[in-house]
Each structure stands twice: as structure tokens, then as C-alpha cells.
Write a protein that binds this ligand. Sequence first.
Ligand code: AMP
Ligand code: MN
Ligand code: MN
Ligand code: MN
Length: 294
Amino acid sequence: MYAERPDNICTNTMSEAAGLTDLHCHSTASDGALAPAELVAHAARSGITRLALTDHDSVDGLPEAARAAAELGIDFVSGVEISVSWQGKVLHVLGLNVDPDHSVLRAGLAQLQQRRSTRAGHIAARLEKLGLSDALARAQAQAAGGQITRTHFARLLVADGRVSDLKQAFKRFLGAGKSGDVRIEWAGLDEAIGWIHAAGGLAVLAHPLSYKFTGAWRTRALAAFKAAGGDGLEVSCGASQKPDEIALCAAEARRHELLASVGSDLHDPAQRWIPYGRLAPLPADLTPVWSRFA
Ligand code: AMP
Ligand code: MN
Ligand code: MN
Ligand code: MN
């Protein structure tokens, strides 16, 4: 086990006096392991002072997280991670500092939730054909009313001993081109950014290096994101990020004139081998997205 609070807490910007920012993580409202209040408590113990909860296509965890954050003195940011279909690929667009009750955002997310639920039935049927018993009912029970994601099916495959870990579950059953990879049409890029802006938030492209794009495709995606009104890019995204990867993301933020964000994409503290909270600081010349929160 690791110590939850690192000794050498670093700040996420060179200029900030104290405290850590994490603007990307998940709770049981989607595929996180911790309930919203538990997640906030874990963040507080880890030295996080500014936190956004960004569940997949859902704002349902935000009220509980906001209440817990208020009690613990954490500066809480209402967020969401919207699934987007673009040019036959999937992008994840974070809405940060949104009004979770805004009707346009709510209506958009409701559509995605409906499609997600339908997709879960298709994924389950395919996995059941491959011998996974009762996949839909067990995924639904596990999600307990939250959004059902491929992560839930991955956990079932691990629980049944079909694979050794989540990574293998994606490699063999759920990742691109595998039988459990059921493609559906998520939100359009303009649509998702429109919902976020309608709800008063800023749109940030999540984990820019995790889409397995070539350089040319990344350039196209970032240009399309900017042209659609995108505001920011996740530049510091996780303890496993290498210095040259941060430099690359920072260069993309400068090139496309995007604000910079910091997000761990935490799903489960038990899955981490590096203490939560240890995210690389943003280069000082970039403008942090949180400096633009109203
Ligand atoms: P979904 O939005 O239902 O398609 O699920 C996507 C989620 O699956 C991501 O947000 C990750 O949490 C998880 N995921 C995708 N690929 C992997 C992987 N290779 N290993 C572990 N988790 C993954
Ligand atoms: Mn996820
Ligand atoms: Mn994502
Ligand atoms: Mn995420």
C-alpha cells in the first residue's frame, strides 16, 4: 500500500501557492469504484483542494459530491465526460463548471444514457454467447442505477476468472474490434460542446494521447475540436504520463490556442500504484482552464 498523502506535494501550476487540482475523475454514477462522497474524501486525504467529478454521460453524482466537498472545504467543480462520435472514432469531451440542472445539458445526456443502456444489452448478449453468464443482470446490479460502461463488463470477466485483469478484458473482449466493442452513435462534436456551453461550462478534450491517433489524426481532431468551439485540452493527465508526453500535449494546447487542464481520470484508488494527487504541473505559460471559471 502507498501512503495516501505524498510528502512532497507539488502544485499543478508553477505559480500556485498551495493545493492540488484534479478536474477529471469517476464515481459510481458511472464506472468509478467509489461513491461520490467517498471519492471526495479520498481526494481530500490526497491533498486535492480543487476537484471536478466527471462521470461518463451523467451528472447524477454531482449533488452528493458537492455536499461532501463543502463539508471538507474542497473547491468543487461540477463536471461531466461526454462520449462523442467523430469521423468514426470516439472522443471524450469534458464539460467543466457546468450547471448540472440546465435543461439542454440534461436532455442531451438523457439521449446518451438511453443509447448506453441499449448498447449494454447488445454487449451482454455478445458476451453471453461467449459463455459469460447473466451478463446484463449482473452489470445492471453492479452499476446500481449508474451508467453501465464497458468497465462493468470488464469487471465481470475478471470476477469470473475469464481474464486476469481489466486490461486483459479490454484486450481480449471489449477493446476496439473485439466482440464486446459494440459501436453506437454518441453525441456529435458540435452537439456536445453546444450542451456544455448552454450549461455555462467549458469544453475540454480529455486525454489527448489515449485515442491511438497518428499525429495527422490528432491534428485533425484538435482542429475540429477548436473549430467546434472547444475551449481547452487536458495537458497533465495522470501519474503515468511521461515528461515528453506532457510537452507534446502542452505544444498542442499552444498550437491550437486552448486552455490547459489537469485530470487524473481516477476510477479506482485500488488500481493505482502511484499515489493519487501526484499530477505533473502545467507549464507556466499555459492558461489554466480554472482561471476562466465564472
Ligand atoms: P464506455 O464509455 O462504456 O465505452 O467505456 C469506456 C471506459 O472503459 C473508459 O472510460 C475506461 O474507463 C475503460 N477502458 C477503456 N479501455 C480500457 C483499457 N484498455 N483498460 C482499462 N479500462 C479501459
Ligand atoms: Mn471510464
Ligand atoms: Mn475518457
Ligand atoms: Mn474519464
